[in-house]
Ligand binder design. Structure first.
Ligand code: A3D
Length: 320
């Protein structure tokens, strides 16, 4: 069986980490693409030289030409600019939208059969634009945010209760922004919903609220500490989990920005919901029932994403 091919568009902080993880997990050969000549080639050479030590055979190459991504099974997009302290994800919209147009054209030409995972911010609007610019089917283009937001929530809960992260599941819905909706009712410790954990007195309601807010601000907290860029280890790991589920047809149920066509009462918009990822891409959108407070928070989040999509249409009228 031929080795799978993973193309990484953007060879910055997340791109380099993605390449390392993909090689360590032997997911396939890796092509790192970037417009800055030398960076993808240099990182690819460095990573290749870790192969003999780690014992991976994946070929890691760097390029600035789209033709080298030809036939990729998976494309992960991080091209664009990240946040600096004081910036919101939405401040990146105009510049990253232009990047999505170039990337979409490159994917359409050389990797139209690929499963595409977008990470570039503002995530929900950029994945929407990337799907439109590339013309790929909507079930083959998804955005990574929910796995990361849920992992942040899981980490904070496990840390607070002093339990293993392995026993904590977390559930975050909605757009990847300040309006994201961490759902306590659907997040559990060994199957016990966090709402019951509060009732049992294991954690106070106030503490849970603080953790939920810290999850929402999780990206900004790291931007504030790093000062020169945004988080990259956990975002890369999260996208690799999605790529692996596709490549191995694992059919994992993961939160991701998916194209909604009536589900959750939303149309023609990408927003974070649980989906099944298998060989067919986004194979199923899982529609959970929301209580009125959750629905209100979800609607607010969808409204924020729709506002960004409208801004994209104004900047690039061909998306309208
Ligand atoms: P960074 O290290 O700056 O890497 C971005 C790379 O994109 C750089 O190497 C650029 O040279 C390259 N690039 C710029 N324009 C183009 C282009 N037209 N074609 C190809 N490559 C280009 O950033 P990063 O890796 O830290 O972050 C990448 C993106 O991910 C940013 O938009 C972040 O905001 C976003 N991000 C999203 C999440 C989510 O959870 C959704 C988390 C963290 C970061």
């Amino acid at each position: 069986m031929a080795r799978k091919k993973i193309a990484l568009i953007g060879a910055g902080q997340i791109g380099g980490t993605l390449a390392h993880l993909a090689a360590l997990k032997d997911l396939g050969d890796v092509v790192l693409f970037d417009i800055v000549d030398g960076v993808p080639q240099g990182k690819a050479l460095d990573l290749s030289q870790s192969g003999p030590v780690e014992g991976f055979d994946a070929r890691v190459t760097g390029t600035s030409e789209y033709k080298d991504i030809e036939g990729a099974d998976v494309v992960i997009v991080t091209a664009g600019v990240p946040r600096k302290p004081g910036m919101s994800r939405d401040d990146l919209l105009e510049i990253n939208l232009k990047v999505m147009e170039q990337v979409g054209a490159g994917i359409a030409k050389y990797a139209p059969e690929a499963f595409v995972i977008c990470i570039t911010n503002p995530l929900d609007a950029m994945v929407w634009a990337l799907q439109k610019f590339s013309g790929l089917p909507a079930n083959k283009v998804v955005g990574m945010a929910g796995v990361l937001d849920s992992a942040r929530f899981q980490h904070f809960i496990a840390d607070e209760l002093k339990v293993s992260v392995e026993d904590v599941t977390a559930f975050v819905l909605g757009g990847h922004g300040d309006t994201m909706v961490p759902l306590a009712r659907y997040s559990t410790v060994a199957g016990i919903p966090l709402t019951d954990i509060v009732k049992m007195g294991w954690m106070s309601k106030e503490r849970l609220e603080q953790i939920i807010q810290r999850t929402r601000d999780g990206g900004a907290e790291i931007v504030g500490l790093l000062k020169t860029g945004s988080a990259f280890y956990a975002p890369a790991t999260s996208a690799i989990a999605m790529a692996e589920s596709y490549l191995k047809d694992k059919k994992r149920v993961l939160p991701a920005a998916a194209f909604l066509n009536g589900e959750y009462g939303v149309s023609n918009t990408y927003v974070g919901v649980p989906i099944v990822i298998g060989a067919g891409g986004a194979e199923k959108i899982v529609e959970i029932t929301l209580n009125s407070a959750e629905q209100k928070a979800f609607d607010k989040s969808v409204g924020a994403v729709e506002g960004l999509v409208e801004a994209c249409k104004k900047i690039a009228p061909k998306l309208a």
